[in-house]
Design a protein around this ligand. Structure first.
Ligand code: GLU
Length: 442
């Protein structure tokens, strides 16, 4: 059986690191097994769903290289939900209710006060057809609940959490449809997982009790439930589910100069027993993906760690990947010389100015000027001009270490540190190298 996974965002905002992580893990789960990964847009809520967010979700996934093998939209599948709804009504698994939000809240408080679990008391199950007719006569439209089977204990083997058990009598019969006919999340999701042949549902542990309910929906619709796995939630470095994390989107990270490879490397391993390491090659991400390494403790997302990882990733990125983002004229040799100095690809332009000039040299004292004049005189352009130059200068002046190297670096780049001079000199070229030394010595 081919593995089919899905990522099911609601287009009510941009993707943030939490749902990017879910998307990534579902993509990896499918890729690892040669399966299919679907993007399912959960847009049954027409008031809160926005087309611009659908676009943004597609763009963010494309930027990350998490390409879906297919896309579905719940708003185009209402007929499937109607059909399933009709079947469940027929089977006596759906019933009509009329309580207002305030009435439900009051019931909840009373139950809590009596030390009972704050679940729906099923009062509406006692309504007769005459009662329903009377409600209709008053102009009241019902909302609809799915009736859990209290005699069918719920159990599944969770891919991350292990054996899970729920007593359905401890759960509320969920509202699945509003009085205006619109759908809530629960039923359409189960119907789609069946209809799209989803074999593996991997999502956050905030969905564990939804899974308990949905397992009964699968059974009621005569379908075998998929494999479920619920991952521990992502928390900020301070250990809480931070607001900042919820708002930290792919777009913001991108503008911050974070490479998709860095974000994916971090999110692939966070909360697992495997070490976080820079993985520029996607095959490595896929290869290493293993649900059995996922832990139950919240995964801590640390932006400082992401920045460190980003630098490590940038140091490995091949020229072809970054070429369109590099300054004009910067070739492969230039990228390789400069890459080790970067935390973000965007900084390449600053370093490239060292090559193209003009560089701003510090004021040198007379002795150093003399030294630099000597350097200009002795410069010979061979196979490895930096080695050649420092070699003859060492011999001619007796200087070594910092005294030998630093004035040259300052004169040639205007800086105290930076890329490897041996790699830099061929990029600066003979004439410009000499000109900078002469100018510094004047
Ligand atoms: N749209 C739901 C959410 O974003 C999907 C949950 C699921 O994976 O079933 O929470």
């Amino acid at each position: 059986m081919t593995v089919v996974t899905r990522f099911a965002p609601s287009p009510t905002g941009r993707l943030h690191v939490g749902n990017i992580r879910t998307a990534l893990h579902n993509w990896l789960l499918a890729r690892k097994q040669g399966g299919r990964f679907l993007l399912r847009i959960d847009d049954t809520d027409s008031e809160r769903s926005r087309e611009e967010y659908v676009e943004a979700i597609r763009e963010d996934l494309a930027w990350l290289g998490i390409e879906p093998d297919g896309e579905e939209r719940q708003s185009q599948r209402f007929d499937h939900y109607e059909a399933a709804f009709a079947r469940l009504v027929e089977a006596g698994r759906i019933y009509r209710c009329y309580e207002t939000a305030q009435e439900l809240e009051l019931k909840r408080k009373i139950r809590l006060g009596r030390g009972l679990p704050p679940i729906y008391d099923r009062a509406a199950l006692a309504l007769t057809e005459a009662d329903h007719a009377a409600k209709a006569g008053e102009g009241a439209a019902p909302h609809w609940r799915f009736k859990l089977d209290h005699d069918a204990p719920i159990a599944w083997e969770d891919g991350i959490r292990g054996a899970q058990h729920f007593d359905p009598a401890q759960l509320s019969d969920p509202v699945i449809r509003r009085a205006d006919g619109s759908w809530l999340y629960m039923l359409p999701s189960a119907v789609d997982d069946i209809g799209m042949g989803v074999t593996d549902v991997l999502r956050g542990e905030d969905h564990v009790s939804n899974t308990a309910v949905q397992i009964q929906m699968f059974t009621a619709l005569h379908a075998a439930p998929p494999q479920f796995a619920h991952e521990a939630l992502l928390v900020g470095s301070e250990g809480k589910l931070s607001k900042r994390l919820g708002a930290l989107g792919a777009d913001a990270l991108r503008h911050q100069g974070i490479e998709p490879e860095a974000l994916l490397s971090l999110l692939a391993r966070l909360g697992t027993s495997q070490p976080v390491e820079p993985m520029v090659d996607r095959a490595m991400l896929v290869e290493g993906f293993d649900l059995s390494t996922f832990g139950r403790a919240p995964a801590r997302f640390d932006e400082a760690e992401l920045e460190r990882l980003n630098a490590a990733v940038v140091h490995q990125l091949p020229y072809a990947t970054v070429a369109p983002r590099l300054p004009q004229g910067m070739d492969e040799a230039g990228w390789e010389a400069i890459r080790p100095n970067l935390s973000h690809v965007g900084e390449a332009a600053d370093w490239w100015r060292i090559v193209t000039g003009p560089v701003e040299q510090p004021g040198f004292d007379a002795e150093t000027k003399g030294y630099l004049a000597e350097a200009a005189r002795l410069l010979e352009w061979g196979e490895d001009p930096w080695r050649g130059l420092t070699g003859v200068l060492k011999e001619a002046t007796g200087r070594k270490g910092k005294a030998l190297f630093l004035p040259l670096r300052q004169a040639l780049t205007g800086m105290d540190h930076g890329p490897d001079m041996a790699q830099l000199l061929p990029l600066i070229g003979e004439a410009e190298t000499r000109a900078r030394l002469v100018r510094a010595s004047a």
